[in-house]
Design a protein around this ligand. Structure first.
Ligand SMILES: Nc1ncnc2c1ncn2[C@@H]1O[C@H](COP(=O)(O)OP(=O)(O)OP(=O)(O)O)[C@@H](O)[C@H]1O
Ligand SMILES: O[C@H]1[C@H](O)[C@@H](O)[C@H](O)[C@@H](O)[C@H]1O
Length: 380
């Protein structure tokens, strides 16, 4: 599959080309660009507030990229990626790890806030698990807000329409490969702020799809994406909650098995999936194998309320598995000229190894009363 980015020579607009070239030469080889705003999440069940957390796909994505990207020993602190995010002066989580590491741009408008109303009944695998209402919206992210330099990859992960079509277009120009969460493209809000969806084909984003590498949608969003049309333009990944995910491309498809999890809060599962998937590509995995890492971090996300904390032992185990199973770290697919989509012959081995880690972590989490989880948010 060809990559999306334009040659460096095409990057004249809005910046100094010489500077761009220097930054590309001197900068980290696999620097990423994450675009989408942090937000406030208020979790409500039965009319009662049961949690208030940092939200926004950018927060969940940063968390997983920092945890799972391949890195040299000396780069322990933070993985090489930039976050472009906007918040207001009311932002309550400036000292949380993700915003502290990569501070958002400050605006006069308030921080985007969502109320997530969980149903009283346990959610089924594909039914919407919560009703989302946007109660405040921060400014959009404009093309001029993005840094003037090239990136190996970009993640467009808006939650409230903040990634404008022209901003996505600019990302495509700056990044070799762009991965997009459909929620950044097809969300609309009714007069009351309730999240609804529009058909992707009816949006200005549709014409950009052939220049996007991967488009991720939840099974609720998939009908609005139009998988059969979209798969002819880019690789589409549909996440299916506890059932794992499926990949669709022009001429092929694959189902990728899930990992065990005790779900306490589904928020951020899709975001964590996308970042795990991107990390898998950075490790040099073909897309169908990288989706295993997506499923792994999606499962880890639902096991905790809000942005999850990963146990260092779990991360060490995952890193050892990836080091053992991947051979191409020096030339990851995301920085090459094409993507391999089909599963490799070690797909099942990788699943088994990660499953063992997921099972151990899940058991530890259930046994540990001090893991900070206040019980299951999403069901009674
Ligand atoms: N209960 C679960 N058990 C195991 N894995 C899960 C579970 N829920 C989600 N996942 C993992 O996370 C991925 C994303 O979940 P899901 O399809 O629910 O995304 P989403 O609806 O976009 O989530 P959100 O909007 O809450 O971020 C799934 O493909 C799966 O790998
Ligand atoms: O924090 C959450 C999370 O990022 C979800 O993926 C998104 O759907 C919600 O709108 C947001 O509030």
């Amino acid at each position: 599959m060809p990559l999306a980015a334009e040659p460096v020579e095409a990057l004249e607009e809005g910046g100094n080309q010489q500077q761009l070239l220097l930054a590309t030469k001197g900068g980290p080889a696999l620097e990423g660009l994450v675009v989408g705003s942090y937000c406030h999440d208020v979790l409500i069940r039965g009319g009662r507030v049961v949690g208030e957390t940092l939200g926004g796909a950018a927060a969940f994505v940063s968390n997983v990229l920092d945890a799972a990207s391949p890195r040299e020993e000396e780069e322990q602190e933070a993985a090489p990626f930039v976050v472009v995010s906007k918040v207001g002066r009311d932002f309550a989580y400036a000292s949380a790890p993700a915003p502290a590491r990569r501070p958002p741009l400050l605006c006069a408008s308030p921080t985007t806030s969502f109320h997530a109303q969980f149903s009283e009944a346990a959610a089924s695998a594909h039914a919407p698990d919560r009703e989302l209402r946007r109660v405040r919206a921060c400014d959009p992210i404009y093309p001029a807000d993005l840094p003037d330099r090239r990136f190996a990859y970009g993640l467009a992960v808006g939650v409230a329409g903040e990634v404008l079509p022209e901003t996505l277009e600019r990302m495509i120009r700056l990044c070799r490969a762009v991965l997009v969460d459909a929620q950044a493209l097809i969300r609309a809000f009714d007069a009351d702020g309730a999240v609804c969806h529009v058909s992707l084909e009816d949006t200005p984003y549709a014409r950009l799809l052939p220049r996007v590498a991967f488009l991720k949608a939840s099974s609720e969003e998939a009908p609005y994406v139009g998988v059969e049309t979209a798969r002819r333009r880019c690789c589409v990944i549909v996440t299916e909650g506890r059932d794992g995910c499926r990949l669709f491309w022009d001429g092929g498809e694959a189902r990728v098995a899930p990992f065990p999890a005790v779900q306490v809060d589904p928020t951020g599962a899709g975001d964590s999936f996308l970042a795990g998937f991107a990390a898998g590509l950075l490790w040099g995995l073909p897309a169908t194998d990288a989706a295993l890492l997506g499923n792994f971090f999606g499962a880890a996300a639902v096991s905790q309320v809000g942005v999850p904390t990963f146990h260092p032992k779990m991360l060490q185990a995952v890193k050892e598995i990836l080091e053992d199973k991947t051979t191409k770290r020096s030339s990851p697919c995301i920085n090459g000229t094409t993507f391999t989509l089909e599963r490799s012959n070690m797909h099942d081995e990788l699943h088994t190894a990660l499953q063992e880690t997921a099972r151990l972590m899940s058991e530890q989490q259930q046994a540990d009363p001090a893991n900070g989880n206040g019980g299951d948010i999403c069901s009674t």
